[in-house]
Design a protein around this ligand. Structure first.
Ligand code: MLT
Length: 393
């Protein structure tokens, strides 16, 4: 062929981080077929969906098989019943949204990747280490990415101090993936004030908000003026176990404008052209999952994951190993022992303890020497992993 391809793809790594990890584990498994591998790598949930969610999805599927209740294309922005429930969910967290601010998606990852469609050639500022989708999606579209360094000194919570006052697009994730670190109210105030003063946009990923237990903000909109500077992208994946169902939501308040242009209107236009919505049974499932009753049900699963983080944190506290996260997050971000590099520790752990984690450097250069463990395995497997780690570290 003689067509031109998107040359920007040459600027990203050949494999997506988690595909690369899977490849390495598969290779290990082929030479060690009897290894009892415990997976604390990718942040994928393992507990089944709450019964009320499954019942609702089944009921909605049956409706699709009857002439009177069959539904064709869903609305591009989501059914109003679900958008209203999202508004109600935020209200329970003391945030007032308008129905028109809410867009239903097939998960946070898609919208994080797609949001670049409506933005021009801005300078992109991304904390490092970070969820690879922010960086890759901007590099794929030829944007210039600058990193804001996360380190032990700033507790992997970089702040705007030292940034120039030019307008930029800033990605923030709190509780953070991969470090589990969570911005406090005062820290987010500083980010919102910085964005307001510099004319910048914050893209705030709140996919892990349901794990917050210490009163830290669960939405950027808890901060005054945030509706003028921030888009929030969230997901039911981790809070309600929807990784295999696919549903999330993006909030674009009408207050977000560039001159006379409404960002909300641009996103509406983009969705109408490129998205045919999320299936009806999934939206019904999401509706129930976000209802007060559904949230209570999901909390039972979150408590099981939380027990896992507690077991791991207890071990690292006992061993004096530095880590962040674990408290408001399903992730624990640990310093690799004995000055090991991230991939060195990955191989060591896989070989000596048959435990899979995620090398910190896979989330960016500032993650070198660190390692991420998740709490999404069963309590039994995590207990086994803790026993193996106790012997090894
Ligand atoms: C992770 O392990 O970082 C997550 O599973 C990524 C995701 O949510 O897409």
């Amino acid at each position: 062929m003689k067509i031109k391809i998107n040359e920007n793809f040459k600027n990203i790594k050949e494999n997506y981080l988690f595909s690369d990890i899977n490849k390495r584990v598969k290779a290990y498994k082929s030479t060690h077929p009897d290894a009892d591998i415990i997976r604390l790598g990718i942040g994928d949930v393992t507990l089944p969906l709450p019964k009320i969610v499954v019942d609702e999805m089944a009921k909605a599927s049956i409706e699709m098989g009857a002439k009177e209740t069959f539904k064709g294309y869903p609305p591009e922005y989501g059914y109003d019943f679900l958008r209203e429930m999202v508004v109600d969910y935020y209200k329970r967290n003391k945030v007032t949204l308008d129905l028109e601010d809410v867009f239903i998606s097939d998960g946070a990852k898609s919208d994080i990747g797609n949001i670049v469609d409506i933005l021009g050639d801005n300078d992109i500022y991304i904390p490092n280490p970070v969820y690879p989708v922010y960086v890759d999606s901007n590099l794929m579209s030829g944007r210039k990415v600058y990193y804001i360094e996360g380190n032990e000194k700033n507790k992997f919570l970089p702040m705007p101090d030292g940034l120039d006052c030019k307008p930029k697009v800033i990605y923030l994730c709190s509780p953070n993936n991969p470090t589990g670190a969570t911005y406090s109210y005062d820290e987010l105030v500083k980010w919102v004030e910085y964005a307001y003063e510099s004319g910048s946009l914050i893209i705030f990923d709140s996919a892990y908000e349901a794990f917050i237990t210490d009163g830290s903000p669960r939405s950027i909109y808890q901060i005054p003026m945030a509706k003028h500077v921030a888009i929030e992208i969230s997901s039911l994946s981790k809070m309600a176990g929807f990784t295999g169902i696919r549903c999330g939501f993006t909030i674009i308040p009408k207050e977000l404008t560039v001159g006379d242009t409404s960002i909300n209107a641009l996103w509406k236009r983009r969705c109408a052209t490129k998205f045919n919505g999320v299936s009806y049974p999934v939206q019904r499932a999401a509706y129930v999952a976000l209802s007060p009753e559904g949230v209570e049900e999901s909390k039972k699963n979150l408590a099981i994951y939380k027990k896992n983080t507690e077991m791991l944190c207890e071990l690292f506290d006992k061993k004096g190993i530095w880590y962040s996260g674990g408290k408001n997050s399903p992730y624990i971000w640990m310093r690799c022992p004995n000055g090991m590099k991230s991939f060195e520790f990955f191989d060591y752990l896989l070989d000596k303890a048959n435990i899979v984690g995620t090398p910190g450097v896979g989330f960016g250069e500032c993650g070198e020497g660190y390692f991420r463990l998740t709490s999404f395995a069963s309590n039994e497997d995590t207990k086994k992993a803790v026993e193996r780690l106790n012997k090894l570290l």
